[in-house]
Design a protein around this ligand. Sequence first.
Ligand code: AMP
Length: 466
Amino acid sequence: MPKKAEDKKTKEETEDKQEEKPKKRIKTPELLRGFRDLLPEEQPYWDFLRSTVRGIADSYSFQRLVTPVIEDKDLFIRTVGKQTDIVEKEMYQFETPGGEKVALRPEMTASFARAYINHGMLDRPQPVKLWDMGPLFRHDRPQAGRYRQFNQFNFEVFGSEEPIIDAQLMVLLHSIFKELGLDVVMQVNSIGTPQTRQEYKVELVAYYRSNRARICDECKRRLQKNPLRLLDCKEEGCQEVRAEAPMIVDWLDEDSKNHFMQVLEFLDEIEVPYVLNPHLVRGLDYYNRTVFEVYLAKEDNGRSQSALGGGGRYDGLIELLGGREGTPGCGFAVGMERVVAALREQEVSIPVRRPDIFFAQLGDAARRRGLKIFEDFRQAGIHVSEAFGKGALKSQLDLANKLEVAYTIILGQKEVLDDTIIIRDMDSGSQEIIDAKKVVEILKKKLAETGDKPIMPPLDTETDLS
Ligand code: AMP
């Protein structure tokens, strides 16, 4: 064989061999455990929740404060408490290339307190009322309803220790759920001063020690490390022990007792549904006096109740971070994933933003003209849906039907040449040909007449949640 032909053959053989090689499978990266994507289907619930929270924040004159998701980790160690699960086990912490020791925020209140001090908000008219919503991170054990990145909305009031503030926060919290269409009930307690807590802890530990044989292993550990958390345990045996446990209200000082009575009187006045829970203490170190949690009034599927949110007073927090001594504070946080889950489980009907009209096109010229028409409608505040990627009229009309629009506008080659456009009434199927220049005006009128506009409150376009 001549050398050239031989070379050619070898080349072909090599190519054949290469073709035979199994194609390398490209592995798609997976979501990290405990994290989730919030898909488009779920967004209407999130939009509804966010716009409801924003509306209530405005009506109660709360101002938004947005703090970073990364902070000096010391901020959380000092405020949330060294011995708490959040700091001990759940905080995402790392060293930056610059050597700073930072943490992804596991909660928002500490950041708010830091910002209040950093920006001299003490010099503003008090109380300062702030709110925000956004993601938090806890390296928690992933389970139903528990994620490693989740979202909360929180409301905080700095600079007033008046009991009416505690009550107003609960009223506001209740209003949010009322607007969302969810029945909730508040659990309320008072944990007095840090001094009260110390004295109570001694008594609680003594009681649990005498019942050591009846509690779970985790509680045995809590007994050493964080005795107040003993009261949060959901194990049956531990709950039996808890039923007889001493109650912190019996240790309250006179001022805290009076403060608490006044909070309850305000709540009675405004008829916020609440129950007293003498074992409610909340996990974080910075709370004092009023503490509360919010629960669904009726939990579906008999699942064990978990709080939608909670909060309380933290009169020592600002001082703890180096702010002015005696600056009081009170606030709450609600887990947004849990609220969205409740809206879905209880099949609460939420406003869905539907397009007002559908734009169907036939042919390239119509498609080109369509881009401009689409823009004209958008500027006129009419929400148009289209399927520029589709060719056949039938499939476009099917889609328009699915979207339940009242009208479809149709633009074909002929209409492009005539400068006209067809309006199709989707209910009756009747069509009319009109001057293309007048289409926006005419549809505006038609939509107003049929009452199809506005279909729902303005769409919340915010995308600051993952
Ligand atoms: P906390 O800051 O621990 O009092 O939590 C307040 C609310 O945030 C809870 O009642 C939950 O609704 C929500 N929450 C806390 N941790 C998680 C988590 N890991 N995943 C989802 N939601 C959470």
